[in-house]
Structure formats: structure tokens, C-alpha cells
Design a binder for this molecule. Structure first.
Ligand code: FAD
Length: 467
């Protein structure tokens, strides 16, 4: 097969590359390769079975058209201070401008007009004042909340639009490798079961998401694509009653707090806050069970959940952050007999595990019923655990009750952003014709920033077509 552009991965980064190419009038032949299914065929059996059945060959939550986005909470962060380090590569001005442009596209495809956390009211000022007193930074980040069900509809409409505009999408095909001639990329080799194909292209765009980060790292090593070890985040998913978070939920929807707690002064931050939301489990291909959270537009729980994450970097003699985080995850999974572990904050401070029957003594009912009560501190690295405890105690000044005895901590919450691919500001790697986008490139960490990177890629490919 021959084409002008091949895009591997139909997550937001890949989708918006194709979308922007067409919006800018490009008639180039575009093929997308996606190992999962179209958005309308993605179904997580957990809604019927009540528990994760560890789907094979891949998890429907993270794989298929719209990538990790379709089943996600769909919170679009409208500030370039959130969602990864792309502004360091392209400049904060362009990043913010492109966020506003990309947001309009989401609106055109049916996103809710309402933006949460856009006003700087007296209530926001009061929260900021308490954050300052606690030594935390409150990041301003307006959020457009798509909601899990609505996100699927929006991405479904985009899928339909792409197909109508002559974008060929090969579902169920997995990219196995790049085809290289010296320092030029000529396309990709793909497979579906025992069938194999080659796609020859002038431009190859790799946008394989977090799930594809390991694979891309191997490809970078094999083909000497310049890259550097990035960061991994290790943390917990915290769950409290809505009453505790009421003020922050109403005023900000999402409180993005950053701190550098003693004694290590590492960066610790809140992430992905879900008022009235549900804690969820996702399974990686290697059977690693990790915790996450989401919220629905209509269906609400009595609880709010959010992640607390600590960043980890390694240099010498060990420089494999993904492997490190995986080991932490595996150890935690082992202690939970393959399930997500949950522990009360008070028990952590008391140095004891949580027992299943103790959970029912609280006001707080876990929204992840198959989580297993135990001792997350037996698997969490000391530095991360101390960071989390001290950070939670600081957040308690901003949100009284946050660090209460019954607050639940689920583990492992792991974010793999490793392997940052070295590129110029037009996303050229050191291999001619090869571009790497989105979460797998190590430059983004969210729906909006991955979409922005796709939009810019589309524009740069059009510029190349016209020159
Ligand atoms: C449960 C959950 C909730 C989330 N909630 C939010 C949120 O509310 N707000 C937010 O901003 N972010 C959220 N995120 C993160 C967000 O979804 C990602 O940052 C974003 O989707 C990254 O986009 P991407 O295009 O880089 O990669 P992805 O969306 O991961 O897409 C990559 C695609 O590539 C495909 N692929 C991978 N390898 C191959 C291969 N070898 N061959 C072919 N196809 C391949 C995958 O199947 C996938 O469809 C959430 C993530 C999860 C898992």
C-alpha cells in the first residue's frame, strides 16, 4: 500500500492530525492504522459483569478510535499550564492559541458550551489564599467537561466526519515496526493476526498513546531515533465524600494544586478530579492493574476522587523509569491478589493495614467495589509515600477533611510518560519523514494537549505539501 501520510494510532493526536489536514484543504492520501475498534464497537464488559475481566488482546477502555479519550471523563483542560510539556517545545503563546482553536472544533462536534472554573470570584480567591498559606500553588485551569457518554458521541461524530472525508482507517491492524532506509522513514509494517502488510508513506506519524510508550521506546532504540528517558508519576487515587470537596467542586470543579513537601521537596500534584465520580480499574497488556477515575455527566456518586502524583526521574546508573513504575505496580497488584489495593488514610498514619470490614464503618463507601483492603505502604516507595502523606496534610488546610481518617487511598496510580522523543518545533525527529505525537512522544499528558499537537502536525504537513 502507498500513501502520502500514514498515522499510527487513532487517539486524539492522530485524529486531529487527519482532521486538520482536511480542514486546511489537503487532498493528500491519508491512512490511519488503529489496533482497536471503531468507537461504536468499543464496549467495556465491566458495565455488565461489574468487574474488570481483563479483555484480550486489548483493553477497550484505552484502545480503539479516540484512544484513551472515548471512555475517559473527557475533561478538556483549556490552559497550556496543564497537560504536559508541549509549551516547552513550541512556546506557550502558540500552545494557548491552538488550545482555543482546538476547543472550537470540539464545540463544533457537540461539546457542552459550559466551561468550569473560568471565573476569578471571591470564592476562588479564598481557596487560593488557603493554598498559599499551606505552601501550595493553585493553577488556573478552565475545564470543558465532555463527560464519559458525551465524549463517545463527540468522537463518534469525528470518526464519521473523517471517513466521509476520505480518510482510510484500518481498524484491528497493529503497527509492528518502521520501514527505514538509512536515516529516512519510508513507512510502517503492520499486522492483523497472521496477515502482514507494508504501508509506504512520505510522512509517518506515530501517535500510539501511553499504551504504546514501551513499544515506541523499543523502536527508538532499534532505529537510533533520538530520545531521552522521561518521567513517570507514581501515586494514589484519593476518594472522599462530596461534602468534603463541595466548596472546591462548586467553585473550581477541578482544583489543580502543586506542592513541594518536605523533606524531599519533590513536585507533587493533584490530577484528574472527578466530583460525584467513580474510581475505576484499567488493565495494561502485561496484566498490570492500575487505578484511575472518571465521572459521568448524568450518573453521580456520593464521592469525589482525584489522583495525587509524584514525578520520578532517573539518570545514572539506572535510566528506565517505566520499568521502575511497573515493578511498583506489580508489587502492589501482588499484595492485592491482582486487584487494586485500598487503604484508609488513618490506617496509614497508624501503621496498620485496612481490613475489608473496617471500610463499612465509614461515611465513605468505595466506588470501586472490587478493590481489596490492605496495606499500600508495603509496596509504595518510601519517598513517594512520604510525599503523598505530607502533600495530603497540606491539602487538608485548603479542603478541611481531605486528610481525614476515613479518606481512601487506592493504589497503584501510575502514569507512564517516558521516552521523550527529541524533535524540533515542527515535530521532525532525527529520522527524515518521521514524526511522533501525543502521549507516546512524551510531550503531552492529556486530551487537549494531544489534540493540539495533532492540529499543529496537520498544519505542518500541509505547509510541507505546499512548499
Ligand atoms: C481512564 C482514563 C481517563 C482519562 N481522563 C482524561 C481526562 O478527563 N482529561 C484528559 O485531558 N485526559 C484524560 N486521560 C488521558 C487522555 O485520554 C490521553 O492523554 C490522551 O488520550 C492521549 O492521546 P493520544 O492520541 O496521545 O493517545 P491515546 O489516546 O492513547 O491513543 C493512542 C491510540 O493508538 C493505538 N495504538 C497503540 N499502539 C498501536 C500500534 N502499535 N498500532 C496501532 N495502533 C496502536 C491505541 O489503540 C490507541 O487507540 C484519561 C485517560 C484514561 C485512560
Amino acid at each position: 500500500m502507498n500513501t502520502d501520510v500514514v498515522i499510527v494510532g487513532a487517539g486524539p493526536a492522530g485524529i486531529f492530525t487527519a482532521l486538520e489536514l482536511r480542514r486546511q484543504g489537503s487532498r493528500q492520501k491519508i491512512i490511519m492504522v488503529e489496533k482497536g475498534q471503531p468507537v461504536e464497537k468499543r464496549h467495556c464488559p465491566k458495565s455488565k459483569t461489574g468487574r474488570c475481566v481483563n479483555c484480550k488482546p486489548y483493553c477497550h477502555i484505552t484502545t480503539g478510535f479516540s484512544g484513551a479519550g472515548a471512555f475517559s471523563d473527557g475533561k478538556l483542560s483549556l490552559s497550556c499550564e496543564v497537560g504536559g510539556d508541549l509549551p516547552d517545545l513550541i512556546g506557550a503563546g502558540l500552545a494557548q492559541e491552538t488550545i482555543e482553536y482546538t476547543d472550537q472544533i470540539y464545540l463544533e462536534f457537540g461539546a457542552d458550551e459550559h466551561v468550569e472554573g473560568a471565573e476569578n470570584t471571591d470564592a476562588v480567591k479564598a481557596i487560593r489564599k488557603r493554598a498559599i498559606q499551606a505552601g501550595l500553588k493553585l493553577v488556573d485551569c478552565p475545564i470543558r467537561h465532555l463527560g464519559t457518554e458525551k465524549a463517545q458521541q463527540i468522537y463518534g461524530a469525528i470518526e464519521h466526519h473523517l471517513l466521509e472525508n476520505d480518510i482510510e482507517i484500518l481498524f484491528g491492524w497493529e503497527c509492528r515496526n518502521l520501514i527505514l532506509d538509512g536515516e529516512t522513514c519510508l513507512g510502517v509494517s503492520i499486522a492483523r493476526g497472521t496477515e502482514t502488510e507494508e504501508i509506504r508513506a512520505s510522512h509517518t506519524v506515530i501517535a500510539t498513546g501511553r499504551r504504546g510508550a514501551d513499544w515506541l521506546e523499543r523502536i527508538c532504540q532499534e532505529h537510533s531515533i533520538a530520545h531521552q528517558p522521561g518521567t513517570v508519576d507514581i501515586g494514589v487515587r484519593v476518594e472522599v465524600r462530596n461534602e468534603v470537596m463541595e466548596n472546591v467542586n462548586n467553585v473550581l470543579y477541578e482544583s489543580k494544586l502543586i506542592g513541594y513537601p518536605l523533606p524531599f521537596k519533590n513536585k507533587v500534584r493533584t490530577f484528574c478530579q472527578n466530583p460525584g465520580g467513580f474510581v475505576s480499574q484499567e488493565n495494561y497488556d502485561d496484566d498490570l492493574a492500575v487505578v484511575n477515575g472518571h465521572s459521568y455527566k448524568e450518573l453521580k456518586s456520593n464521592n469525589t476522587n482525584l489522583a495525587i502524583l509524584c514525578s520520578h526521574n532517573f539518570s545514572h546508573p539506572f535510566n528506565q523509569p517505566i520499568a521502575y513504575a511497573q515493578k511498583v505496580g506489580e508489587l502492589t497488584n501482588m499484595l492485592g491478589d491482582g486487584h487494586i489495593l485500598v487503604q484508609r488514610f488513618g490506617d496509614i498514619l497508624d501503621g496498620k493495614r485496612t481490613w475489608q470490614n473496617e471500610l463499612s464503618r465509614s461515611n465513605l463507601v468505595p466506588t470501586l467495589p472490587d478493590a481489596v483492603a490492605g496495606d499500600i505502604t508495603a509496596a509504595m516507595p518510601y519517598r513517594s509515600m512520604v510525599n503523598i502523606i505530607h502533600f495530603m496534610q497540606a491539602v487538608d488546610h485548603v479542603v478541611p477533611g481531605f486528610a481525614s481518617i476515613e479518606t481512601l487511598l487506592y493504589s497503584p496510580e501510575l502514569k507512564f510518560y517516558s521516552n521523550r522523543v527529541k524533535m524540533d518545533d515542527h515535530f521532525h525527529t532525527n529520522v527524515h519523514g518521521l514524526h511522533c505525537l501525543g502521549d507516546s512522544s512524551g510531550w503531552t499528558r492529556g486530551l487537549m494537549m494531544a489534540s493540539v499537537m495533532g492540529v499543529l502536525m496537520g498544519r505542518y504537513l500541509v505547509q510541507d505539501e505546499l512548499s
